[in-house]
Design a protein around this ligand. Structure first.
Ligand SMILES: C[S@@+](CC[C@H](N)C(=O)[O-])C[C@H]1O[C@@H](n2cnc3c(N)ncnc32)[C@H](O)[C@@H]1O
Length: 245
């Protein structure tokens, strides 16, 4: 499903998700990296890297490979993270024939709307991890924690003279999905404002479904821990990967 936020409106992404917003979250990821791989250099793969706001904070901690399916988001990401390796791809199917110390799927795993998609994305993560490597998966919610909500955000760009504000409004789940309506107000430098509606569909799965998806993808039992922002972060180790399997 095409999302305007990630295609024709991608240039607004830095005002929708300012890099500062991801700094503490990246600190959490860096601390887990220190545990799993104390020695540098470390190789990290992010699947669904979007505009690269999170990656910006991670690049001092690791060599980054960033996978994203949308050209417009890749362009935003390249401008922010010129030193990283960018690859166009889908987290369910991309194969880079390289292995990493850690694989991160941050707020992009929400776009997996069926259990089979979730298993495919986790299988991709598993296929790119060295033995003992760590997958860090950050869904917005699980079935146990989800509740419809509204949020507002956005920023001005004082240099360009334009700004963005948004309201996000999530609705009750049906089966394994829920929808989020984004109302975006885009203010140009000349003072005109364009209003845009962008609807996204997110997957939401029970912890049992997550555990089973990790198992089917070839991971050991994941740790399910809270961080400051959500109740369920999934940290899963890879056993020895049998490339012939
Ligand atoms: C909220 S953004 C991620 C933001 C990112 N964490 C950052 O730091 O800027 C979600 C991204 O997931 C991407 N995405 C959606 N479906 C995907 C898929 N099947 N495979 C990989 N990425 C996907 C979208 O194109 C979008 O750029």
């Amino acid at each position: 499903m095409s999302h305007r936020l990630y295609s024709d409106l991608a240039a607004w992404w830095p005002l929708f998700a300012p890099v500062g917003y991801y700094e503490e979250q990246a600190g959490y990821v860096a601390a887990r990296l220190d545990e799993v791989c104390p020695a540098k250099p470390r190789r990290v793969l992010e699947l669904g890297s979007g505009g690269g706001s999170m990656a910006l904070h991670l690049r001092q901690h690791a060599d980054l490979t960033l996978v994203e399916p949308e050209d417009a988001m890749l362009n935003v990401c390249r401008r922010l993270n010129p030193g990283a390796n960018h690859v166009k791809g889908d987290m369910r199917s991309v194969r880079l024939n390289r292995i990493f110390d850690a694989v991160i799927i941050h707020d992009a795993i929400n776009y997996m709307t069926r259990a089979n998609d979730l298993i495919a994305a986790l299988t991709t993560a598993r296929a790119h991890l060295r033995a003992g490597g760590l997958a860090m998966i950050f869904p917005d919610d699980t079935e146990e924690t989800f509740a419809p909500s509204t949020h507002t955000g956005g920023q001005d760009d004082p240099v360009a003279g334009h700004g963005l504000r948004y309201l996000s409004w999530s609705h009750p789940a049906t089966g394994t999905t829920y929808t989020i309506d984004f109302a975006l107000a885009l203010r140009s430098a000349n003072g005109s404002v364009e209003l845009v509606h962008d609807r996204h569909t997110f997957g939401v799965f029970s912890r049992a479904t997550w555990r089973e998806a990790f198992r089917q993808a070839g991971f050991l039992e994941p740790d399910i821990r809270p961080d400051r922002w959500r109740e369920d972060v999934f940290l899963a180790r890879a056993e020895v990967w049998d490339a012939a399997a």
